[in-house]
Design a protein around this ligand. Structure first.
Ligand SMILES: [Zn+2]
Length: 114
């Protein structure tokens, strides 16, 4: 199984997971500690602290949802029920370009019209 295909398949869930962790850190730790001494920004600091778990949870839910979809696509491809690349047999993405819909292979990167 080509690594390129797995990377492209799970890039969005991984990015959302990293975003979830980063938002928890920035909203829950970095912003409140940076502005806690300044009275003008105390309200913003409080709001940032209360928004941190929600932003983190929302991004985490998005990551789980995208991971689930990617995993389901992978299972479908492994069972031979998905459309495959004619060159290498890898998984394909349906895309829409300037000249209409086409298939982009996640494994070898080749495009083919359908
Ligand atoms: Zn291919």
């Amino acid at each position: 199984m080509p690594n390129r295909m797995l990377f492209k398949l799970f890039a969005i869930p991984a990015a959302l997971l990293a975003g979830s962790i980063a938002s928890m850190y920035v909203l829950g730790n970095l912003i409140p500690s940076h502005f806690e001494g300044i009275s003008m920004f105390s309200k913003m600091s409080e709001q940032s602290l209360s928004a941190a778990p929600w932003a983190g949870a929302l991004l985490l839910l998005g990551a789980i949802a995208f991971f689930w979809v990617s995993f389901a696509r992978l299972r479908k491809w492994q069972n031979g029920k998905a459309t495959c690349c004619s060159q290498c047999g890898g998984m394909v993405d349906q895309k829409f370009g300037k000249y209409g819909p086409y298939l982009n292979c996640l494994a070898c990167g080749k495009n083919e019209s359908n």
